[in-house]
Design a binder for this molecule. Structure first.
Ligand code: HEM
Length: 410
């Protein structure tokens, strides 16, 4: 489909075949981003990775991310952070058992603290606590302000002490001094590059876990099957570890099914063509914006049997994954601009969902019936539930299991 946004030509790909044409066959030609005001004003003049135009700076930044933040070794070295923050999440929810809990607040706190510890080495955010100890919110602006000023003092101490890099800020500050670097990293580049993991890593994982919980509250039978799998594979004497995840095919199928029906980016962030090209017989001019409609592709009846039903079983025994090779399921995009952090995103989503299901019996508050769970979406940078899901959680294990967790995260 071709549109005009003002004077800008726009094409929309809404089938797996066309997504493959644009993102794989002509991936190089569509690997840039349009120069929108969002990238100019929120990302230090296109200095982050999401909005950087295709070219040497983007290539260098992506290499830094892939080698320094998202390499398998680096992800393993940050596992303790995810475990501690998940322990803190479960402990907080244990403290609220029997009351109605708005999951979004707690999930956001978990994803933001985990990502900021991995990126900045500390939590750096201000939060609001209600009278009952429930979490009320996290201030994005104060978080942004904090790391900007924190960056200045980190820069000074780094230059004085020559510390060994342990988080992304350290790595970037070291690289900023490296004369061999192809493109010099300015302070704006560093701020842009530390902003991406916080913005890209917080909302995305939270939204997906919230949708998964919503679908499981709507489908109690599926929830019971997932809990049965956890009891059988992990057992009731310990918490789920990241190493258990490959042995939990039903849980993995639930996550994929959630991403199929509720992709975080319903339209992938816009791509831009950097040369004239011919795609599936259509001539497309340089400077055309491309949207890939992942939401429609996930509901295409040509690819999916009964596409509107939440049915994780469709993935059991199937090879289809989320790594950008199967164009009917593209929650992380595909090709040159594919999410560089999909492994981290999957780890956070799978292990959080697994431990919440393992540790708590959940029910809907106030006699709400499963079929009454509202699934209306609110479109935005990420597509989340219009009304946050609220549940009542009761512990499934004896007290000592939760105390063990609290002691590891203190
Ligand atoms: C559920 C978790 C996540 C989902 C569903 C997700 C999804 C996406 C999508 C759809 C894109 C755009 C792909 C395209 O333009 O074709 C993207 C790009 C990106 N994501 Fe993620 N993401 C997730 C987690 C994360 C995390 C945890 C981080 C960082 C810690 C992150 C950082 C980025 C960055 C920097 C880009 C831009 C890449 C580029 O333009 O070269 N994402 N992500």
């Amino acid at each position: 489909m071709q549109l005009k946004f003002g004077s800008c030509p726009v094409v929309v790909a809404s089938s797996p075949e066309m997504a493959k044409e644009f993102l794989k066959t002509h991936g190089q030609a569509f690997a840039s981003r349009p120069a929108h005001a969002a990238g100019k004003y929120t990302s230090y003049n296109f200095s982050d990775l999401v909005w950087a135009p295709y070219g040497p700076y983007w290539r260098q930044a992506r290499r830094i991310y892939l080698n320094e933040l998202f390499s398998p070794n680096r992800l393993d070295s940050y596992q303790y952070i995810r475990v501690e923050e998940q322990g803190a999440l479960v402990s907080r929810l244990r403290g609220l058992s029997g009351t109605t809990v708005v999951m979004r607040e707690h999930l956001t706190r978990y994803t933001l603290t985990s990502t900021s510890r991995m990126t900045l080495g500390d939590k750096y955010f201000s939060e609001f606590i209600d009278g009952r100890g429930g979490h009320r919110g996290v201030s994005w602006q104060s978080c942004r302000g904090c790391w900007t000023s924190g960056l200045c003092s980190a820069a000074c101490s780094h230059r004085r002490l020559d510390i060994v890099p342990k988080d992304l800020v350290d790595v970037l500050l070291h690289l900023a001094d490296d004369p061999a670097l192809e493109i010099k990293l300015t302070t704006d580049c560093i701020k842009g590059l530390i902003q991406d993991p916080i913005t890209g890593g917080t909302d995305t994982s939270e939204v997906t876990v919230e949708w998964a919980i919503s679908e499981l509250m709507k489908h109690p039978f599926i929830r019971e099957k997932a809990v049965e799998e956890l009891d059988r594979v992990v057992g009731r004497g310990r918490w789920v570890e990241e190493e258990d995840i490959p042995q939990l095919p039903y849980l993995n199928a639930i996550v994929k099914e959630t991403m199929r029906l509720h992709p975080v980016a319903t339209l992938l962030p816009p791509h831009l063509s950097i040369e004239d090209c011919s795609v599936a017989g259509y001539d497309i001019a340089k400077g055309t914006t491309l949207f890939v409609n992942v939401w429609s592709i996930g509901r295409d009846p040509r690819c999916w049997d009964e596409p509107l039903l939440f049915r994780p079983e469709r993935f059991l025994g199937e090879k289809i994954d989320v790594k950008g090779h199967h164009f009917e399921l593209l929650p992380f995009g595909s090709g040159q601009r594919m999410c560089p952090a999909y492994r981290l995103g999957m780890k956070m989503i799978q292990s959080t969902l697994a431990n919440l299901l393992h540790g708590f019996d959940c029910r809907l508050p106030g006699g709400v019936k499963p079929e009454e769970v509202d699934m209306e979406e609110e479109y935005g940078l990420t597509t989340h539930r219009k009304i946050p899901i609220a549940v009542v959680m009761e512990p499934r294990f004896p007290d000592h299991m939760y105390e063990l967790l609290r002691s590891t995260c203190n």
